[in-house]
Design a protein around this ligand. Structure first.
Ligand SMILES: [Zn+2]
Length: 464
């Protein structure tokens, strides 16, 4: 009995061992096939969104291999049957978790150093993983991309002449670029004003409305800048003259009566210090809220209409007295003490209460709504970056996207927002800089500085 039992037990042991062995072999086979002989090639992803390579460029991207990890990477550039290897790297030392699953790469592509000529070339990238497939050489990924090497900066020729500008003033430049540049415009100190094509038949002729901010001085440098698709920058100098301009200082008394009248309107604004005293609440409105509201007003300047809607001088609220000027330096005085200072970014005009407000010129309504200290606001896009702003309105009679003609009634004056009484705050801006509307109310100024330049450029283009 005992022997038999032992024999049976031994038999059972043999079967178990065989089963374990078979399982181990099967598992190993599956492991070899699934893991060591995995058939998924690495993925190559380039960071480039277009095919242009500038004078001193770099090519970068990511290699990913989820299964066995990256083993080798090879990058070359081919031009006129000549292959230049930019990178060859293998045996990526892995960590305890094995070879890297993802790897970033970046290679310099300096056309001069690599003796590459301007024109077409081919970028070739190959990557291998740690799979045992293909006699242990791994799965291979391969990527080819046609590139255009362009090391020449675009040439910029400024066509317009005599650019007279002053702080808070506007200007126009017309220029021609030697190639199709996706980005171009006028640099004014640390401001960039994008230019616009499409005004002239000549596709490389562009117009750019620019401005000198009220706080930029006579030492500000101006030039035209153009970036070609490969990122090469071209510059065009032009003659300009910056005139002096000083702005008025204006004391503004703040009374308790004024505060208790205006503050309730701002209770629901984000960040309003509800538990603070009236003075602190006023300072929040005059400082933080003003900054935020200025950003809201200037926001349409980032995507102006690519069309010049307006013609001739801009109109001014009729039968109205000017109560405050552009860039007035306001000192706020409370109980005989200076509590704040701000710059006034428009012109205040007072007529009769709820007077009808005409559109200063033709354009497209870009904004209708509330904007904190400015109350009810309408903004008109006149095209190519020029906008007009109508604030403190009691009502508006237009909607966003609507086209308006010069002198169409867009609303009525009021005292919404931070206003001492019924008036129109009329503002203008060029892209993202507030400018003095006085220039735009002056037909002679417009002829000398804007339309005259456009006519002159059109004549030159015709004769070319
Ligand atoms: Zn104002």
């Amino acid at each position: 009995m005992g022997f038999k039992k032992r024999r049976e037990r031994g038999k059972g042991l043999k079967y178990s061992l065989a089963a374990v062995l078979i399982t181990m072999v099967a598992v190993s086979a599956v492991w070899l096939l699934m893991v060591k002989f995995e058939g998924r090639a690495p993925e190559i992803e380039l960071d480039m969104s277009d095919s242009f390579i500038g004078a001193d460029a770099a090519v970068s991207g990511t290699i990913t291999d989820e299964k066995s990890g990256i083993r080798k990477l090879w990058i070359a550039v081919i031009q006129n049957d000549r292959e230049t290897v930019l990178k060859e790297e293998s045996d990526f030392s892995g960590t305890q978790q094995g070879p890297p699953r993802q790897r970033r790469f970046e290679v310099d592509l300096n056309a001069g150093k690599l003796d590459l000529k301007d024109g077409k070339a081919l970028l070739r990238i190959a990557a291998w993983d740690h799979s045992w497939r293909g006699w242990f050489s791994g799965n291979q990924a391969y990527l080819e991309k046609e590139i255009t090497i362009d090391t020449q900066p675009p040439r910029v020729e400024v066509i317009s002449r005599q650019h007279n500008i002053r702080p808070g003033g506007s200007g126009l430049a017309v220029y021609r670029m030697s190639e199709n540049c996706p980005e171009h415009g006028v640099v004014v100190g640390d401001h960039f004003f994008p230019g616009h094509k499409g005004y002239f038949d000549d596709p490389e002729l562009a117009v750019c409305f620019f401005a000198l901010a009220h706080d930029q001085d006579r030492d500000t440098k101006l030039h035209v800048q153009a970036l070609d698709p490969a990122g090469n920058a071209g510059r065009g100098g032009f003659y300009y003259h910056i005139r002096n301009k000083s702005f008025d200082a204006e004391p503004l008394p703040v009374s308790d009566r004024f505060l208790s009248r205006i503050l309730p309107e701002f209770q629901s604004e984000d960040g309003f210090p509800a538990d603070a005293g009236a003075l602190e609440q006023f300072l929040f409105v005059n400082r933080e809220l003003r900054k935020k509201n200025n950003r809201t007003i200037l926001a349409p300047g980032r995507s102006p209409d690519e069309q010049m809607h307006w013609q001739g001088g801009f109109s001014r609220l009729p039968n109205a007295a000017r109560k405050a000027s552009f860039a007035d330096h306001r000192t706020y005085v409370y109980n005989g003490e200076k509590i704040d200072e701000q710059i006034h970014m428009g012109i205040d005009l007072a007529s009769v209460s709820q007077a009808p407000v005409p559109a200063a010129n033709a354009g497209k309504v870009a904004f209708v709504g509330r904007a904190g200290i400015y109350g009810n606001v309408v903004i008109i896009d006149h095209g190519f970056g020029l906008f007009s702003v109508y604030a403190h309105l009691s009502r508006s009679s237009v909607s966003e996207g609507q086209m308006v003609e010069k002198n169409d009634i867009i609303g009525g004056t009021g005292a919404t927002g931070l206003a001492g009484g019924d008036h129109l705050h009329y503002g203008m801006f060029v892209h993202d800089v507030f400018v003095d509307p006085m220039e735009w109310w002056d037909s002679q100024w417009i002829q000398n500085n804007i339309t005259g330049k456009l006519e002159h450029a059109r004549e030159l283009a015709k004769n070319n």
